[in-house]
Design a protein around this ligand. Structure first.
Ligand code: HEM
Length: 433
């Protein structure tokens, strides 16, 4: 046999149809059927799905220079530009060398923690019992506003809302288009205009911040305060726009999913609330409290395991390699799914249960390096992982202090389907305590 097992002939169409209808769940089926390295053959290339930590380590760490990120389609590039996320090789390394310390700097200042808590408190203060119909959107909006404030240092209220609206519009039109970007359909024209408006605003803010010379704690300030970085305004724009959206999406999805899991697991709900009540006695949470709130960290780790917001990554093999004894030809695609890895009973006991208490130090030490990868792994791992985890904990604790999530469809299994923005609602109400 010249290639690992996988669907053949008509089975390939059935697998594609399953993927189209069920997304990440179809990948779980592929892994169950064909094992640790299923191969799907397409005209012109092969796709290998890697379902073992050792194989994933080969691609993301050991032989990483051989495996390229996708450069993204024209449609995405209109909004995200040539950000680090879509670059490879020396260019990606250069940007990461410059931008990595900028994120570190902002983490050290930690001012973003207060921004997040104040914003979440102003959100929960408006809620009495929050109905399920609008909850998903409310949480996505909250994450977007937090991301905009952290990136651009906008004032809470109108200034943040207006910039957040520009981001939202551009991103929505990006995901709506059924035709290529260059065809002047109504949606494509609106997309172009939305990106133009956003660009005008972002470039104006970069110029203004340079002129003012004042250094705030937002990421834009940190970017422009590094005159020796060699970054052009366009590179700063691409970086700010792409991470504003990445952060808003990742955090928004994770927040929705975590609240959904908590709502269905009353004992976790109570433990999270009790920890916050005991440590904070009703006052707002601050960065320094987090060390005394270890349960909130376990809850976030477990939610990112069971329902990772970014459920799969793809790499392109530049040259030949060998994985698990199989020859990987140049041009092959490699699919790595955190969704599938995190549901593998070899690494996670009772993988479909939401069990924050599994995250003991001992358990973490025993996990193979690439079995848990909500933020990827290796030198291209998410630059915002620490920030995202902190923000999620602060938002969850703040919500848990005043509201109790309750599942409105308690008999529905919650762990079987990945998040979809097309879901019209989250089957949860938040009840005021
Ligand atoms: C829960 C929230 C988030 C999740 C689940 C998430 C997940 C990911 C994943 C899976 C990758 C790709 C890793 C790879 O391809 O190897 C990534 C890359 C990246 N993420 Fe995040 N992310 C989140 C939040 C954030 C935040 C808050 C920021 C910044 C403010 C951020 C900035 C980035 C950047 C810059 C990269 C590209 C790194 C590189 O290309 O070297 N992310 N993220």
């Amino acid at each position: 046999m010249q290639q690992p097992p996988g669907p053949r002939g008509l089975q390939v169409f059935a697998a594609l149809d399953d993927w189209r209808k069920n997304g990440l769940v179809a990948l779980e089926r592929l892994a169950q059927q064909y094992g640790d390295i299923p191969c799907v053959r397409f005209p012109g290339h092969r796709l290998y799905m890697l379902n073992h930590p050792d194989y994933i380590r080969r691609v993301l760490i050991e032989n990483r220079d051989n495996y390229l990120r996708s450069e993204g389609g024209r449609r995405d590039r209109r909004l995200f530009g040539d950000s680090m996320q879509v670059r490879n090789g020396e260019e990606a390394r250069r940007l990461r060398r410059i931008i990595g310390p900028i994120f570190q700097h902002s983490l050290m200042k930690r001012d973003f923690c207060n921004v997040v808590v104040d914003l979440t408190r102003s959100m929960v203060d408006r809620w009495t019992t929050f109905p399920s119909a609008a909850l998903m959107d409310e949480l996505m909006q909250g994450a977007l506003k937090a991301s905009v404030q952290i990136h651009f240092g906008t004032r809470p209220g109108a200034e943040t809302n207006e910039l957040a609206m520009l981001f939202r519009e551009a991103d929505e039109f990006r995901s709506q288009g059924a035709f290529p970007d260059w065809i002047p359909t109504a949606v494509n024209r609106k997309y172009r205009h939305a990106v133009d408006r956003l660009n005008r605003e972002v470039f104006a803010r970069i110029t203004e911040r340079r002129a003012l010379g004042t250094i705030g704690s937002d990421l834009l300030s940190v970017f422009v305060s590094q005159p020796d970085s060699g970054l052009t305004d366009v590179e700063i724009r691409d970086s700010l726009v792409s991470t504003t959206v990445a952060a808003a999406d990742g955090i928004g999805i994770a927040l929705n999913q975590t609240i959904r899991q908590i709502a269905s697991t009353p004992r976790v709900n109570d433990a999270l609330h009790d920890e916050a009540a005991k440590v904070l006695e009703g006052r707002p949470v601050r960065y320094d409290d987090l060390a005394s709130l270890p349960y909130s960290e376990k809850v976030v780790k477990e939610a990112l395991r069971l329902v990772p917001p970014s459920g799969a990554m793809v790499r392109l093999a530049a040259g030949e390699d060998e994985i698990a004894g199989w020859r990987i030809r140049p041009g092959s695609r490699l699919l790595i799914s955190s969704w599938v890895m995190h549901r593998d009973a070899r690494w996670f006991d009772e993988p479909y249960s939401f069990k924050p208490e599994r995250w003991t130090e001992e358990f973490e030490c025993s996990l193979p390096a690439c079995a848990y990868l909500p933020f990827g792994r290796g030198p291209r791992t998410c630059l915002g992982a620490t920030m995202a985890t902190l923000i999620l904990r602060l938002m969850l604790v703040t919500i848990a202090q005043s509201h109790r999530p309750r599942a409105t469809e308690p008999n529905q299994p919650v762990n079987i389907r990945p998040f979809s923005r097309n879901d019209d609602y989250l089957p949860v109400v938040l009840e005021a305590r």
